[in-house]
Design a binder for this molecule. Structure first.
Ligand code: PLP
Length: 449
């Protein structure tokens, strides 16, 4: 099986150069390479300038003794992120209060702007969290729900969506309903998914809680088409009765070439510590104005001045809820939070469209190989329209746990989907190579020989 060699240089060369120390000198003023504002030093990697995915790969300190097909779980930090964390850590260790006072507002603003740039939205519509899970909990528990209203979710969503919705509805007196997204995954179409959802929505449906890319089967749902159908349904509804589209976006965030206007959802919750390769313990909520207005914060914000001054003046905060108010306060692992800017820059340097193309290229090659093995059942759809970087499959006669253990013995990091119906998951990302895909395929083949 041959895999076409992805060529990063198809992307805007100027942006690519930010990944490389040698390219820095060639980058003109006004480029995407921003000096690190705390130190004035450039925040680019120093990995050489081969102009290929090898350069991206070299930015990671991944051990060479195994193949890491695990981007969906927890990130390895690329060099610009490692460097930024280290620099902030040193600053905080030397002068915790002074460093925080000098840098926090500016660096936190920079992170929200970088996230907004990545998602083509406004920074005021971005909240910072610690994880996808925290974002889901804050959004579902913060929704202004009336008793008798319902949140619809699906059989395919993960524990964190189901549990957040369960807790939110139990608290508010609203109902939770799970629906089936398809008859059979094999043969599912985007139309079927959209039609089934539309059929289930009733007058009391206040929110639709879905997941962009499922971590069980790898199915990617057509979020934009669902949003379009909801727009038609919402056209005749009062503001407080509109169906809000809430998406656990973590496995499309950092793999797909999409943004908030393109997705059309009201809420996107994602951890930044998986495919985005951001600092561990970081995440975002991006929402529409309508979405934030329909929600209340749960945890006091430390970055919303108006809430704080309202407290000082013993008043209720005025104005609308937004990303600042929805950002949970308390002192943070600031060196990680602030270094999130470098993760967005890293992706911007690769080019979102290149990242998506490369992820699909590697996952596509893996799926094609697996589909050719008689004792392997590929679970994830092969169509790029209905899949992303997660590749799920079953091996005849071996449990997913046994298959994953056997792959680990062969130096390959796969995982088992923690769902009622478990599958083996391999999740190639831009960190992986064509040669690794071939090695993984040989290893899976050796399991079924
Ligand atoms: C669909 C989905 N959502 C959320 C999570 C948890 O993400 P986080 O660690 O960012 O909370 C996972 C798994 O790690 C997942 O598969």
């Amino acid at each position: 099986m041959a895999v076409a060699r992805g060529d990063l240089m198809r992307h805007d060369r100027r942006k690519f150069l930010m990944l490389t120390g040698t390219g820095l000198a060639a980058v003109s003023a006004g480029s995407l390479v921003q000096p690190n504002q705390a130190t004035g030093q450039a925040s680019a990697t120093d990995t050489g300038n081969s102009g290929s995915w090898d350069t991206v790969r070299a930015a990671f300190d991944l051990s060479e003794d195994r193949i890491h097909m695990s981007a969906m779980l927890i990130a390895s930090h690329p060099k610009p992120v490692r460097d930024a964390i280290e620099e902030h850590r040193r600053g905080l260790d030397a002068d915790p209060v002074g460093y925080l006072e000098r840098n926090d507002s500016r660096l936190t603003r920079a992170v929200r702007s970088a996230a907004a740039g990545y998602l083509d939205t406004h920074a005021s519509l971005v909240a910072l969290t610690d994880s996808t899970t925290m974002g889901l909990g804050l959004v579902y528990n913060g929704l202004r729900l009336r008793p008798g209203q319902e949140i619809i979710t699906t059989d395919e969503d993960y524990y964190v969506t189901h549990e957040s919705v369960r807790l939110a509805t139990a608290r508010s007196g609203a109902d939770m309903r799970k629906i089936a997204l398809f008859q059979n995954l094999d043969g599912v179409t985007a139309e079927e998914i959209v039609d089934r959802i539309a059929r289930e929505i009733g007058p009391s449906t206040r929110a639709l809680a879905v997941t962009w890319v499922h971590s069980s089967t790898g199915l990617k749902i057509p979020v934009a088409r669902i949003a379009e159908r909801l727009q038609e349904i919402n056209a005749g509804r009062d503001e407080d009765d509109r169906v809000l589209l809430c998406v656990d976006g973590v496995h499309g965030f950092g793999t797909e070439d999409s943004d908030m206007p393109g997705l059309g959802c009201d809420f996107l919750m994602a951890g930044c510590h998986k495919w985005l390769f951001g600092p561990r313990g970081t995440g975002i909520i991006a929402a529409s104005e309508r979405g934030f207005s329909a929600t209340r914060p749960t945890i006091p914000s430390f970055i919303d001045d108006s809430t704080f001054s309202a407290w000082i003046n013993n008043e209720a905060p005025a104005g609308a809820n937004d990303g600042a108010r929805m950002t949970p306060g308390g002192f943070k692992a600031f060196e990680h939070r602030w270094a999130l800017t470098q993760a967005f820059e890293f992706h911007d340097g690769m080019g979102k469209e290149n990242v998506a193309a490369r992820t699909h290229e590697l996952a596509g090659a893996l799926k094609e190989g697996l589909a050719g093995f008689t004792n392997v059942s590929l679970v994830t759809p092969q169509s790029p329209e209905l899949s992303s970087g997660i590749v799920s499959f079953d091996v005849d006669g071996i449990s997913p746990q046994q298959a994953v253990s056997a792959l680990r013995e062969r130096g390959i990091v796969a995982s088992v989907a923690p769902y009622t119906r478990p599958h083996v998951r391999l999740t190639p990302s831009v960190r992986n190579t064509e040669a690794e895909i071939e090695t993984v395929l040989s290893a899976v083949h050796s399991l079924v020989d």
